[in-house]
Design a protein around this ligand. Structure first.
Ligand code: GLY
Length: 463
């Protein structure tokens, strides 16, 4: 992005947090098993948002007198020998529209001088142990008191600002979705009986890597879609199974895509699979049609929940009054998660800031099973990007527990449910931009209707 964009973001933040200093700590490399063998580096998203700096061991300080300083270590010859030529601090600062640079070795004394003058240093909640340790050291605060010093004002300001995506951010997300669509294309062509899940996962990753991209999160490519965050890829695909793929690429600037599709391994849905699939699709489309700044995301969750409960009632798995069943939380046996979350630089955008992002003032998460996993409940606003990802799952241990307790048996037909014990799960997900009067599905289309999926799977490539 242009330096002026980062400068404008910081200026806007300063309108909301006008006093004190603001400190954004970038990430250090994270060792896998010893210091020099690291996980792929991913910068802290707040530093990416306010400065676009993608290299490790950097920090951004916004001083109360208007000075903006990018801290980092000077590039050494050892760095160049082992890692190749890299952008120096001045170049990084120029790219962010930041005027001053300093050796990161001087950050502690710079902060100490500010604190000695009575300046308050605002910082966000650390979510990595090394960030917390760095804050403890830099601010001379005992590790157990680092959390006490988190700035609620900064947290709220960042949450509000990053929630509204600008046009250039939407373009990044759509770019990530374009790569993701290509990943799904190869999946559609490679799924068939006898193929390992790992091959489908690997081919999708190869598409991302070949286009110079990382994946935004560890993908789900599983015949056990009923395990919501299943990242095991050790099964062989077999006729009659469903494969849930929940996956997404990152854009070059770190914005995420998050897409889910459920494909029949044989290329054709069985009759019961098709029935459940159509229920989930109806819920997913109902959310697209309802999403707008006139509703909350909690409303969307209930639109999906009622659509699912009504569909399951039609096929005899649920019974009774649909609204009452949903109010009681009976649908959560089948749909035990929230309808979606914000999307942006993070796959669950700003989840590190907690429920300040997803819940408005005075609003709290429900403790009810299922609803308690609703990450975003607040009123939608133009510029929000959210995921729409309903699902229906048959989770044997959960079914057994509820059946033994006769939980919600006025609304659930446990006898009929026995036939679905090994069904697995179905989830369908798109990413939506909330507009002035509705919502737009972002990215290129990825086959979603039964007809489109079966047609696309009929065109095997022979991979
Ligand atoms: N796509 C993974 C998740 O939403 O948690």
């Amino acid at each position: 992005m242009r330096p002026a964009i980062y400068a404008a973001r910081r200026a806007k933040l300063r309108e909301r947090v006008s006093e004190g200093a603001i400190l954004f700590l970038g990430h250090a490399e994270a060792p896998r098993n010893y210091a020099a063998n690291t996980y792929p580096f991913r910068q802290d998203s707040h530093l990416l948002y306010y400065a676009g700096v993608e290299l490790p061991d950097k920090a951004l300080l916004l001083a109360p007198d208007g000075r903006e300083i990018l801290f980092g270590a000077p590039v050494t010859m050892d760095d160049i020998v082992w890692m190749g030529p890299q952008s120096g601090l001045a170049e990084l600062a120029a790219g962010a529209g930041v005027a001053a640079t300093e050796d990161i070795a001087r950050l502690k004394e710079t902060l100490a001088a500010l604190i000695a003058q009575g300046v308050h240093v605002h910082y966000l909640p650390p979510y990595r142990a090394d960030q917390a340790a760095a804050l403890s050291r830099l601010l001379d605060v005992a590790p157990e008191h680092v959390a006490d010093g988190v700035s609620g004002q900064l947290l709220q300001a960042v949450a509000q600002q990053r929630s509204i995506k600008a046009a250039e951010e939407i373009a990044e997300i759509e770019n990530a979705l374009t790569v993701s669509a290509a990943m799904y294309q190869i999946a559609l062509q490679s799924i068939r009986p006898g193929v390992p899940e790992a091959v489908v996962a690997g081919l999708m990753q190869a598409v991302a890597l070949s286009l110079g991209r990382q994946q935004a999160f560890q993908p789900i490519v599983s015949i056990h879609g009923e395990v919501l965050h299943n990242t095991f890829y050790g099964n062989l695909l077999q006729n009659g199974q469903l494969l849930v793929i929940d996956s997404g690429a990152e854009s070059t600037l770190g914005y995420a895509a998050d897409l889910t599709r459920t494909f029949p391994v044989s290329g054709r849905f069985t009759a019961p699979q098709r029935e459940i699939y159509e229920i989930v699709l109806r819920a997913q489309v109902a959310v697209i049609e309802t999403a707008s700044p006139r509703v909350t995301n909690r409303d969307l969750h209930f639109v999906a929940a009622r659509t699912i409960a009504a569909g399951l009632k039609e096929i005899g798995l649920m019974r009774g009054d649909v609204d009452e069943a949903v109010q009681a939380g009976a649908h959560a046996l089948f749909f035990p998660h929230g309808i979606g979350h914000m999307l942006g630089l993070d796959i669950h955008d700003m989840e590190d800031l907690g429920d300040a992002v997803g819940y408005g003032p005075g609003d709290e998460r429900s403790p009810q099973f299922g609803l308690s996993f609703l990450r975003l409940a607040r009123g939608l606003q133009p510029g929000f990007v959210i995921t729409d990802e309903p699902g229906v799952y048959f989770i044997p241990p959960l079914i057994d527990q509820w059946a033994a307790e006769k939980r919600h048996d006025a609304f659930i037909n446990y006898e009929k449910l026995a036939a679905y014990r090994h069904f697995g799960g179905i989830r369908i997900e798109d990413d939506l931009l909330i507009t002035a009067d509705g919502a737009r599905v972002l990215g290129p289309p990825v086959p979603k209707s039964v007809k489109d999926i079966e047609e696309a799977m009929g065109q095997k490539s022979g991979i």
